[in-house]
Design a protein around this ligand. Structure first.
Ligand SMILES: Nc1ncnc2c1ncn2[C@@H]1O[C@H](COP(=O)(O)OP(=O)(O)O)[C@@H](O)[C@H]1O
Ligand SMILES: N[C@@H](CCC(=O)OP(=O)(O)O)C(=O)O
Length: 374
């Protein structure tokens, strides 16, 4: 994969335990994934929240303080604890980190803006991983970023990042807050952020996070205006960030896909190729295609319409008959009729490539502008 400049934003809710204190285990999980991304040759810049969450316990607060002075005092204690955690874990991976604390004024002044750019460029040139947070203890309330979502969008724009990954405690954006509406539906892809979406998104329902999905959408809108694509979601383990970059993340992709080299083929599939037929798939396959970044397997195919050859482009519909995307198919309609519902091992000898996939994920394009997943 081409080397990318990636901004990763980690929210307080993804760094803390159920009591709201900094979780060493969660911090380790993030660092391992960040280190892996760096080992793969990508440039990584971390925007980390968590100073207030890491500090309030030491000040004797039972929960995150509400007053500005309380939050600023907690951040003064917590920012050091947060960095102590990052420094010691990144060291285990042989990575040096640099702390940068920003206020909104740093973006207003051209001179500061320029200095900041030079500093971050030098850190990246020397192989250092910059860790950025708002300078909470000195920010004046009216001028704070409020949460780090907008800060991460501004940084992604001015560093001309290839991708902004916003990690949070929920696996993407839903049409309503899923913590209070159990029927909420998830978006797997959004081409743009409309005002209507922003209006419907809710605030934070956790005790440590700030801003909720609304602030993430505003940030995503800003990042898109700079030409930076965004992912909002979650993940676990060393490979989570690599997977997100490869389009397999558990969350919502906003803007263009993260892999531009696939765009030509996918553009052809989506807009130019003749559609030779239609196949219907079950709910599990729909979820795998739209949400999990997986290929379509024979087991998920329920019906075939029209006559097509292997390597033709077909439309894919769900059980309600809604077109959810298009893909280049590895089976002819006659062969697919035989193997639909079969296990991969039995079916694959009918495929043109002797492979089980009906539509490989590299040849699949979701077509609805806002693709929903239950
Ligand atoms: N439409 C929505 N889709 C997803 N999450 C939502 C939505 N509206 C509100 N939320 C809430 O936003 C929370 C994430 O935001 P926040 O608590 O600020 O996290 P972070 O600390 O990562 O910034 C979720 O836990 C969820 O409760
Ligand atoms: N700068 C603050 C971030 C405030 C905050 O809660 O942000 P977030 O968790 O990203 O919604 C901190 O470090 O605690």
């Amino acid at each position: 994969m081409k080397k990318k400049r990636v901004i990763v934003k980690i929210g307080s809710s993804s760094l803390t335990d159920e009591k709201g204190a900094l979780s060493e285990q969660k911090l380790f999980d993030h660092v391992e994934a960040l280190a892996y991304l760096k080992q793969l040759g990508h440039e990584v810049i971390l925007i980390s929240s968590g100073a207030v969450a890491a500090g309030f316990g030491s000040l004797g607060y039972a929960s995150r303080p509400k007053t500005t002075a309380g939050k600023q005092a907690a951040a003064a204690v917590g920012q050091g604890l947060l960095m102590q955690g990052y420094i010691s874990v990144f060291r285990q991976f042989g990575i040096v980190t640099g702390q940068i604390l920003l206020t909104r004024e740093d973006f207003y002044s051209r001179e500061r803006f320029h200095n900041l750019f030079s500093t971050i460029s030098k850190l990246l040139e020397r192989g250092v991983l910059p860790i950025i947070n708002e300078n909470d203890s000195v920010s004046i309330e009216e001028l704070t970023f409020g949460d780090n979502d907008m800060l991460s969008a501004l940084v992604s724009g001015f560093l001309h990042a290839d991708a902004l990954i916003i990690l949070t405690d929920i696996n993407g954006l839903y049409d309503r807050n899923p913590k209070t509406n159990k029927d909420a539906k998830k978006y797997s892809f959004l081409a743009e952020i409309t005002d209507d979406l922003i209006e419907k998104a809710g605030g934070s329902s956790s005790s440590v996070g700030t801003g909720g999905m609304k602030s993430k959408l505003l940030a995503a809108q800003k990042a898109l205006s700079f030409g930076v694509s965004v992912f909002v979601g979650t993940g676990e383990g060393k490979e989570k960030l690599r997977d997100i970059l490869e389009g397999k993340g558990n969350g919502t992709y906003i803007g263009a896909p993260f892999q531009p080299h696939m765009q030509m083929r996918k553009q052809w599939i989506a807009y130019h190729a003749h559609v030779a037929g239609k196949i219907e798939i079950d709910g599990g396959a729909e979820n795998a295609l739209l949400h999990k970044g997986k290929s379509l397997l024979p087991a998920g195919v329920t019906n075939i319409f029209g006559t097509f050859q292997a390597l033709d482009v077909v439309e894919v519909v769900n059980q309600k008959g809604t077109v959810i995307g298009r893909g280049q198919i590895y089976y002819s309609s006659a062969d697919l009729e035989k193997v639909k519902g079969w296990a991969s091992d039995q079916a694959k000898s009918y495929s043109i490539h002797q492979r089980p996939e009906v539509i490989h994920r590299d040849n699949w394009v979701p077509l609805r502008k806002e693709s929903f997943v239950k």
